[in-house]
Write a protein that binds this ligand. Sequence first.
Ligand code: C2E
Ligand code: CA
Ligand code: CA
Ligand code: CA
Length: 278
Amino acid sequence: SGHSEEENVTFYSQDMNQGMQERMRLETGLRHALGHGQLLLHYQPKFALASGRIIGAEALVRWHHPERGMIPPAEFIPLAEATGLVVQVGEWVLEAACAQAQSWKQAGLPPIRLAVNVSAREFTSALPGRVSETLARYGLEPSWLELEITESTLMHNIDRVIGIMDRITALGVALSLDDFGTGYSSLSYLKRFPIDTLKIDRSFTTGIPSDSNDCAIASTIISIAQQLKHKVIAEGVETVEQLAFLKSSGCDEVQGYLFSRPLPAAEFERALRENWGL
Ligand code: C2E
Ligand code: CA
Ligand code: CA
Ligand code: CA
């Protein structure tokens, strides 16, 4: 029934070719995008629960494709990670975030922390120097910057990774552990990482308050963070029930659609002014 073996082979290789062609188109397109101003950053506010103030923002990259419109990072970051192009994307993102911070600083906006996502492949011994050089070039205090890294970054050579982390935190740049609880990092290593903030992954936030496992995981992460003297932020907060649970569990900061989607720079600036009563 159906196709013969031979036909199936042809179908599969055609599918594969199409997949590869699409990947190659994306890769060529992304290289081009980097050099032609097609990447941009949106900023999602982070709120301190105690004060209700916006104390930072996560910079999230977008690709404005001339024909295909706005391409979300989920469609090109994994490919960029596979090809190594993510290193150049990361350089662009750090540069753009610092340029934006400088302009907000010069406009007299309150000092906030801009968080930049850093993937494992960018987390090399060249990173601390690049961060320090970029901050200096834009005349920015290190307190303007935060790097979000995921557990997968910590899986490779631990001692080497800790060395890089130490050099970054020595600059005064904060480090947060993104998507916490979704990877495999061992709790025994957690105490060795010079981390400022643990970030509860959206997959746990989503289940609050109806899923008792997600509630247990979220409050456990909060208590681990408290005992290790780290701050803790929950991402993906969409409902007032989630907010209430997180607040009563002692979470420090929140981020999510309940407060704001990631915003273009000008809109973020307006939200920041309004939130601070400026
Ligand atoms: P992430 O670091 O976990 O970022 C959070 C993602 O959740 C963002 O998606 C954000 O828009 C989305 N989000 C925030 N609040 C909510 C909410 O309340 N509900 C829901 N459903 N979603 C929410 P985005 O911008 O599409 O980014 C996706 C992923 O792409 C990021 O996940 C991050 O891993 C990666 N990414 C984005 N920008 C960069 C970058 O500059 N460099 C690197 N290496 N990765 C990046
Ligand atoms: Ca992140
Ligand atoms: Ca995250
Ligand atoms: Ca996440």
